[in-house]
Design a protein around this ligand. Sequence first.
Ligand code: PGD
Length: 752
Amino acid sequence: MSIPHSSHWGAFGAVATADGVRITPHPDDPAPSALLANVPVAATPTARVLRPHVRRGWWEDGPGPDDRRGRDEFLPVAWDELLDRVAAEYRRVLGDHGPRAVFAGSYGWASAGRFHHAQSQLHRFSHLLGGAVRSSWTYSHGVGEVLLPHVVGNQEPLLSPTSWTSVEAHTDLVIALGGLPAKNSEVASGGITRHEVAGRLRAARARGAEFVLVSPLRDDLAAELGAQWLDVVPGTDTALLLAMCHVLLTDGTYDREFLDRCTEGSAEFLASLDGRTPEWAAPLTGIPAATIRDLARRAVRGRTMVTVSWSVARTRFGEQPLWAAVALAAMIGQIGLPGGGFGHGYASTGGVGKRAGTYPLPTFPQFADPLRVRIPVARIADALLHPGEPYEVDGRHEVYPHLRLVHWAGGNPFHHHQDLQRLQRAFRAAETVVVHEPFWTATARHADVVFASTTTLEREDLGAARYDDRLIAMGRVHAPLGQARDDYSTLSGLAERLGIGPSFTEGRSAREWVEHLYEQWRTGPAARAGITAPPYARFVADGEFRLPAEPAEKVLLASFRADPGRFPLRTPSGRVELHSRTVAGFGYDDCPGHPVWLAPDEVPDEEFPLHLVANNPATRLHSQLDHGATSQAGKVAGREPVRVHPQDAADRGLRDGQVVVLRSRRGSCLGGLVVSDAVRRGVVQMSTGAWFDPVAGAEAGVTCGHGNVNVLTRDVGSSRLAQACTGQHAAVQVSAFEGVPPRVRAFDQPGT
Ligand code: PGD
């Protein structure tokens, strides 16, 4: 019988057979994700952590900074013995240094399911223990999380933008900076039952909407939409946007009334456009001046949506394109009108633009964090390498805490962070690194303690997500492999040893917790919201419960536009801030008080003449299940594919399918060459998420022998404002790999 289940890339049914797990997409999903085919490999021993392990040096010599971390031998140990040792280490660190010495930020997507969500489990545990240092914001859209509150008073454009239904019905022109990539819309945090983005875009096109794709990559927008492709030079979107603003200013076609009534600081912003002509922007962006001028004029002809993907802001000075897009939309004057204004992250996940239900969802209580010490999420290596040193963020002067014990569950920093050799040095500076993982990821391999975790297929859970209309009774598809345990059970064992057992477990088994979360929700918040859900047993028998339909069309900032006096924004002026006195007051030259052109500070040069775009992958979610069928089918010569323009390949004598070396100022990796005219000339594209392989790398004389692009990227914040991830761009060189490429070792058991 097919067992209902869910993942970040879709709900599905699963059956365990003698030949492995078989997956069928949810019957209501109009466009199931190809990523589902990665799931069955999770049920095989390949790359699984089958029992708890310790690093020999830590086990024998005790905690402390250690250069052997990441290259030492791992020893299998008994669960109880290991939990005793980790509990003792917690007592040492907390006793000698207090909770500011523990990092339990544990960023990462982990897996779908409300109860077994790894970070939530770890956060509950550490909050009960007196807190730990955590991280603020996300790798996904860290710039928007910090900037938007200054510009529009909150994060509403990220959480609840104008709905797809509104775009589908009203937008005439979609200007998509960074595109609307189908691959990213397959994923939504917490799960998604129906994949609708492609269909909505198709419907908008059928109604007559036109699309302009601004991206160095042609496939950032589906070909069927017939978009005009402006193959912009990476990192120059701000120049394009400012030049479009300049055209509206000099043409006198901007909406003066909207600027006066609904914005603050338009005088400063408009004055700053002096000289920002299309002719100025053309050589920077690679887009002809006439095209820029024409696009600006088209933008004021009908209903226009200017949208910036999260990836465009995941760059150095990434605050600028987002703020400039808001400024352009303000000059067009359609913010708050159906299908008009600006968006941030449409299609960056499948959730953006779906109407979030207004009803409550079941939640796992994590308690309040008693410590409340945070570092910006993408500054983890800085914190580990520079304890006690000052840094600035969002107008504040802060000091990095001295992190001695790092505890990570449900994330893979050796996938998501930049400049991985620097991250290795950072991990080596810690005294103890504890990682919970179902798989031997590079993060597990850089730990001292590896707790063997179950995968989602091995446990029951409750699938529920903000942008989905189903609760899924996720069933257990097969028994845990080896000695793998749920993170809940591992943390319960630690909690017991540290004297917080009863408060952590409240006396419930994992199964009892899942039922408890559901029943609490059903009889409490759901009932109060008028939702009549069946009792747990019935819910499980049915496999899912359908929540009320999504509320009607949503238009971002509609009431504010209608009456800014009555519905002011939570900015100092109550209006959209095109110039922010607050931000100007911080005195940051890397993020002044209004959107400006700041030239990227790493650009192609003689040594590294190509722009690298390091975007999210099409064949897996981040690094998850890189050994799965879809991800493996996408590899070229066993490596992560790297796309190179035909002319750039010809200039270097490179041919399709060969193994190549990519180098940047930080490191080097192998890749499998794909010659493609879907990338702009001078640009190469390689996705994130190939598992870091320093073993094969050493044999090949490079940092990673498989193709983890984050050995190439730079570990620097977007600016002092957001300090966000800038992994999207770098300057690189590509050349032929000479010799026999080594076998990829990233999926082997360590030491084999
Ligand atoms: P994942 O591969 O999803 O990457 O970074 P993130 O760390 O989220 O890692 C999740 C890990 O959780 C996996 O190793 C998985 O095995 C593990 N896991 C799954 N289920 C469980 C469980 O139940 N228990 C435990 N203990 N573990 C579990 C993603 C991050 O990468 C993001 S969100 C973005 S948007 C960034 N994008 C870029 C980018 O555009 N360019 C670059 N260069 N770098 C990026 N990094 C960022």
